[in-house]
Design a protein around this ligand. Structure first.
Ligand code: SF4
Ligand code: SF4
Length: 245
């Protein structure tokens, strides 16, 4: 099976939230209690039980009022910093990368201490991982690995009625994303693909990324973190002298 990638064309999204519901259904994650916060974004944020969330943002751009929708989820980073940090903290099997698809997977059977989870979360440039203190487990989008490894589309892609959610071999998705970007550039000079080289969930937006969502785009290259690299280096020395990292 070839390396897989999502391509999310936000210009086609109508915020129907079919993807969000399909994700809940397939993962058997129950609905959560919410309240009216003056926005159609519901629930307020990703959680241990919500892996996919359509974010709503009202902005004034070019003198007009626009509504930007951002179907947020894990980017399945090519060099995932969350995995790197988890390993540096001694959790060898908490986060793995599927060899066939490239999906980044969290193993909920591995118990993670709260303070270690905070480090893992901080390493994610997209603010994705979520935690359940009772189970000491972390959760996020699984790329519907059980569906994909059986030749099916991820549930969110399967139900999307507008062509916003796309999924397939990485080379095909990159070609589709480039084609769509070229089509939009003339009308929207700020159109861009977000961190396309570094992630397996590529978003296409037509404006500054922060107008969609604070964590829509990583500031720099996504990969091995300095902290994780240091910990890997220091850990053997620390164990020799019998101290705790
Ligand atoms: S199903 Fe498609 S159109 Fe509907 S909210 Fe999700 S990405 Fe947007
Ligand atoms: S987006 Fe965050 S949680 Fe997902 S693979 Fe990248 S670093 Fe890990």
């Amino acid at each position: 099976m070839a390396d897989k990638t999502f391509f999310i064309d936000t210009t086609r999204c109508t915020a129907c939230r079919g993807c969000q519901i399909a994700c809940k259904e397939w993962n058997q994650n129950p609905a959560t209690t919410t309240k009216n916060r003056g926005s159609f974004q519901n629930p307020e944020d990703l959680s241990f039980l919500t892996y996919k969330l359509v974010r709503f943002s009202e902005v004034v751009s070019g003198g007009e009022l626009r509504w930007y929708f951002f179907a947020d989820q894990c980017r399945h980073c090519i060099e995932p910093p969350c995995k790197d940090i988890a390993e540096s903290l001694g959790y060898k099997k908490a986060i793995t990368k599927d060899a066939a698809t490239g999906a980044v997977l969290f193993n909920q059977k591995v118990k993670v201490k709260p303070k270690d989870f905070e480090e893992i979360k901080e390493s994610c440039p997209y603010n994705i991982p979520r935690y359940d203190a009772k189970q000491m487990a972390i959760a996020k989008c699984t790329m519907c690995i059980d569906r994909v490894s059986n030749g099916l589309l991820p549930a969110c892609v399967k139900v999307c009625p507008t062509g916003t959610m796309n999924f397939g071999d990485r080379s095909q998705m990159l070609a589709l994303a480039d084609k769509r970007l070229k089509e939009l550039k003339a009308e929207y000079p700020k159109a861009q693909l977000l961190n396309a080289e570094d992630v397996r969930t590529i978003f296409l937006v037509i404006d500054d990324s922060e107008k969609y969502y604070q964590y829509a785009k990583a500031d720099g290259p996504v990969g091995v973190t300095r902290v994780a690299a240091m910990k890997k280096l220091i850990r053997p020395l620390v164990s020799i002298v019998g101290l705790k990292a």
